[in-house]
Ligand binder design. Structure first.
Ligand code: RB5
Length: 146
């Protein structure tokens, strides 16, 4: 069973729970890294914790959620080996997997309707990397050092 790590800040705790329930119902092995509830927290902590889990667990994927998806995606992308895509449509999610081999999906709980978010998640989890001409581009991304 594929492992999915979820990390989020305080924006949209119900949105987060809906997404977690949906992914579990689809048969994935979900680990919620936090945060839990609506207490104000700093998204970089949960972005980093989730991103490190994804890097340490081969074949896993991550989903990070904040208000816009922006801050938490910027933070997740600081972790070497992470390719985090902030998606607002299923088509973006599809291409983020096919072309960019994204291993973390970012969602904005204040931006994307939760029903649309579920379709974005399903698309992200179901779509495979195409490889081919995209492989060397991924390698060039991963080769960028701080
Ligand atoms: C928190 O209020 C908000 O700034 C955060 O969830 C996120 O949208 C940042 O990018």
């Amino acid at each position: 069973m594929q492992k999915i790590f979820i990390g989020n800040d305080h924006a949209g705790p119900e949105f987060v729970q809906d997404i977690i329930s949906h992914i579990k119902e689809s048969g994935y092995d979900v680990e919620h890294v936090g945060s839990f509830g609506s207490k104000s927290v700093d998204y970089p902590e949960y972005a980093e914790a989730t991103a490190r889990k994804v890097v340490e667990n081969e074949g896993s994927l991550g989903i990070v959620i904040c208000g816009t998806g922006i801050g938490i995606s910027i933070a997740a992308n600081k972790v070497q080996g992470i390719r985090c895509a902030n998606c607002i449509s299923p088509y973006m999610a599809e291409l983020s997997r096919q072309h960019n081999n994204a291993n973390v999906l970012a969602l904005g709980a204040r931006i994307v309707d939760v029903e649309n978010a579920k379709i974005i998640v399903d698309t992200f989890l179901r779509t495979e990397f195409e490889g081919g001409r995209h492989q060397k581009r991924i390698e060039k991304i991963d080769a960028i050092k701080r």
